[in-house]
Design a protein. Structure first.
Length: 770
């Protein structure tokens, strides 16, 4: 149950004036709350400091994102520059189609980022308070009266119950973190001592009442008041509900007086050392920028403490556009007193100029020559080259033949031969730009101008392209290409019969014998579809030009029961379908920085080469790191003339000890019905042949490698279920077993595996060809 108490009026605490007079008032015994104390003697109005005081840094809530300048905080996240700069950076284009300004001899200086605005001297910065104080301090003891706010009005004279004493009754001693207050007189019985304390800045917004101990001692923590400067201490005694003023006192807390020095390490960096940092500063932040272009290169550094009271930071001029000249340095500290950053010092530092750039020039140039050389020459007296890039293109047709050269740097020099065959290879003006990067972080771009080259005219003979050996009933033809004047680099033949090009297949070769190449177009690579096949041929020349030929249409007849891939198991075509498992974004198992998809493709290439050497034709699901889904793998096999299907994999287990080789063929599971092979998936002849093939390969692979024999197993894997031809899936070893992994990734062991697989396949053909 709560009892209502009648508040008693407390007239005022104490002000020391010309005399002491006695005045009493009653106070209730309720818990004290924060009050304001004002006096014509001790109340000081807040004024802006316009001396050489440092600015306050951004408040803690701004996380160093602002710098006070003329009492205005500018955010790093959204700043604009009042300084315009029309120069552009000579930066290499992102691709070969990027364009370069070739109008000026000396390429422009780098563009700089938008700028901060930070005052550059102490005089330009007004003192700013980093943390607003609380209007009330919760649970601070203050007499509670009928008045809402207990204040000592200006000009009001208060008296105490006893005469003024000659000796100051209260002593205050200041340390780094607070004030030790001691009541020195005898404390009468049943009397308590209270101290009202506040900082001079912003009036009494930080007023806190401190209850003295039985011996009259109290400690003022500066962190509760969050300011430097003058502090007021008013002392009161309280007895029988009466508050009596005892004395007033003032003390001061000075801003930390640190020292700093700058030492140049080399032409690229310097070190800032800040010392005499008190324990009330828990971290030091140092914004640095150059005098050039305002604050476009402003960067905040967080200093590291190297010993008690000493902080250091390394400044790399690469962070400041590699500029030379005057650097501005401001030093801020994280104060436990204010709870935020405060300004500690400002200074400047002059960085000297560095060495000159390397020399860049062209040699071995003549108008009737198709080659010339670009030299980039440095020495011990120049900057050190770290990167050289040379952009060259012909004047006609813009930069359609732009090529970037990256010569090797040796002994601080780089040499690059430019051959117009790498460009348009025509009579034209060839433009040369050279870009250099240096170890000090600087870079330079230079236009060497245009070099006119006039080529001797020669007669160009086009290559001859024709169709030979056309066999409509077998679905085959050859494209014959005979080289002309220009050297052929690559031949690409595209063939398809469907209007939507769904059975399009590309044939690619770079092999020419006696200046001729023959490319076989086979219906098996086009889903064995009947129809008129369109044949296109594209030739890429060594001079990077290309040409194309439309060879017309050729009819391929419908194949009927040509192989086991169509369910005719009696036909043997000596065609094998190899399926390298996984690929593309499907990596398969991954152990010890190796992907299964890569090992599968390596094994396929070894097996394919051996089978082709033995006179067999090999068709594959993929020849590169591409993804093919499961059903399309079987669809491709079913559309071929292959006799058997062999899927290549490597195994993995949660047990690091699992090892060995195992082979699978199909087993019917009712819950996994066939999607595209309803007629043949569970055919007895297919299963019998699949079992024979699996056992033949398993036995030969184990025999060749001495690996553990895990046997022939059955499963309803999709590629085994949906493929019409006899099909097996091989697991050729465990990547998860570190010992076995060390074997299966070596060329020697892969050769043993490949020989075993090929031996098993040949055993199959020997058995079923009888």
């Amino acid at each position: 149950m709560m009892v209502k108490k009648t508040p008693l009026l407390l007239i005022a605490p104490l002000v020391l004036g010309a005399f002491w007079s006695q005045q009493t008032a009653k106070a209730s015994e309720t818990a004290v709350t924060d009050q304001n104390v004002s006096s014509n003697v001790v109340t000081v109005s807040s004024e802006t400091v316009k001396t050489n005081d440092l600015p306050s840094a951004p408040s803690s809530s701004s996380t160093e994102s602002t710098i006070i300048s003329s009492s205005v905080a500018i955010s790093k996240a959204s700043v604009t520059s009042k300084t315009t700069d029309s120069s552009v950076t000579p930066v290499k284009p992102d691709s070969a189609t990027s364009h370069i300004d070739a109008t000026s001899q000396r390429l422009p200086e780098p563009t700089v980022a938008t700028k901060f605005t930070v005052a550059k001297s102490e005089k330009e910065i007004s003192q700013a308070q980093t943390l607003s104080k609380q209007d009330k301090i919760v649970n601070s003891p203050t007499p509670q009266t009928e008045q809402t706010d207990l204040q000592i009005k200006n000009g009001q004279r208060l008296s105490i119950l006893k005469a003024a004493q000659a000796v100051q009754p209260v002593k205050a001693v200041v340390d780094d973190k607070g004030i030790n207050i001691q009541y020195q007189a005898t404390i009468p019985e049943n009397t308590s001592i209270l101290y009202a304390v506040w900082g001079d800045q912003q009036g009494q917004n930080d007023l806190v009442w401190y209850q003295a101990s039985a011996t009259g001692a109290a400690y003022v923590d500066f962190a509760r008041h969050k300011e430097y400067g003058k502090y007021h201490i008013h002392t009161y005694s309280k007895r029988n509900g009466m508050m009596l003023g005892v004395s007033t006192l003032e003390v001061s807390l000075l801003t930390p007086q640190i020292s700093s020095k700058v030492i140049q390490n080399d032409s690229n960096s310097f070190t800032i050392t800040v010392s005499n940092v008190p324990s009330t500063i828990t971290g030091v932040s140092i914004p640095v920028w150059t005098d050039k272009n305002g604050q476009d290169d402003l960067k905040w550094y967080q200093a590291s403490q190297t010993s008690a009271g000493v902080y250091q930071v390394l400044v790399d001029i690469a962070n400041h556009n590699n500029e030379k000249g005057l650097y501005n340095i401001h030093i801020y500290g994280n104060s436990t007193i204010t709870g935020g950053q405060i300004g500690l010092a400002t200074r400047t530092y002059s960085n000297v100029e560095s060495k000159p750039n390397a020399k860049v020039y062209v040699i071995d140039y003549a108008e009737n020559k198709t080659r010339f050389t670009v030299n980039v020459v440095g020495s011990s007296s120049t900057k050190t080259l770290t990167d050289v890039q040379i952009a060259v293109w012909s004047e006609a047709n813009g930069q359609d033949d732009l090529v970037w050269y990256k010569p090797v740097i040796s002994n601080n020099m780089a040499v690059q031969v430019i051959d117009i065959a790498n460009h348009s290879n025509t009579s034209d003006n060839y433009i040369v730009h050279v870009y250099t990067n240096y170890s000090d972080g600087t870079h330079d771009g230079l236009s060497l101008g245009a070099y006119k080259i006039t080529k001797q005219m020669v007669d160009i003979k086009d290559p001859a392209v024709s169709v030979v050996n056309y066999q409509a009933s077998k679905g085959m033809l050859d494209v014959l290409v005979t080289q002309g004047t220009k050297a052929i680099k690559t031949i690409r033949v595209a063939a398809w019969s469907e209007a939507d090009q769904s059975n399009l297949h590309w044939y690619v070769t770079s092999s020419l014998i006696n200046n001729q190449a023959k490319v076989l177009v086979n219906q098996i690579y086009h889903k064995l579809l009947e129809g008129n096949y369109t044949i296109h041929t594209y030739i890429d020349f060594a001079d990077n030009t290309s040409t194309g030929f439309n060879l017309g249409q050729y009819y391929f007849a419908k194949p009927i029961g040509l192989s086991a891939s169509q369910g005719n198991y009696a036909v043997i075509n000596k065609i094998i379908y190899l399926d390298a498992g996984h690929g593309g974004y499907d990596s398969g198992a991954a152990y010890f920085n190796q992907y299964e998809k890569t090992l599968n493709l390596q094994m396929q290439n070894r097996i394919k080469a051996k089978l082709e050497a033995a006179g067999y034709k090999v068709i594959t699901t993929r020849t590169s790191d591409t993804y093919v889904d499961l059903i399309p793998r079987s669809e491709n096999a079913n559309a071929s003339l292959s006799d058997i299907f062999v899927s290549l994999h490597f195994n993995a287990s949660t047990s690091p000890y699992a090892n060995g080789i195992e082979s699978y063929y199909y087993e019917y599971y009712p819950e996994y019905p066939s999607a595209i092979n309803e007629l043949y998936h569970d055919d007895s002849e297919r299963l019998s042949r699949s079992a024979f093939l699996a056992q033949a390969i398993q036995s030969a692979a184990v025999r060749n490698t001495a690996a553990k024999d895990n046997g022939v197993l059955r499963n309803t894997f999709a590629v085994l279920r949906e493929t019409t031809a006899p099909a097996v899936l091989l697991e050729l070893g465990y990547m998860s077993n570190e010992t076995e992994f060390g074997k299966i990734t070596t060329a020697a062991y892969q050769e043993k595996l490949a020989n075993g697989v090929v031996s098993g396949i040949l055993s199959y053909y020997k058995h079923f060809s009888l």
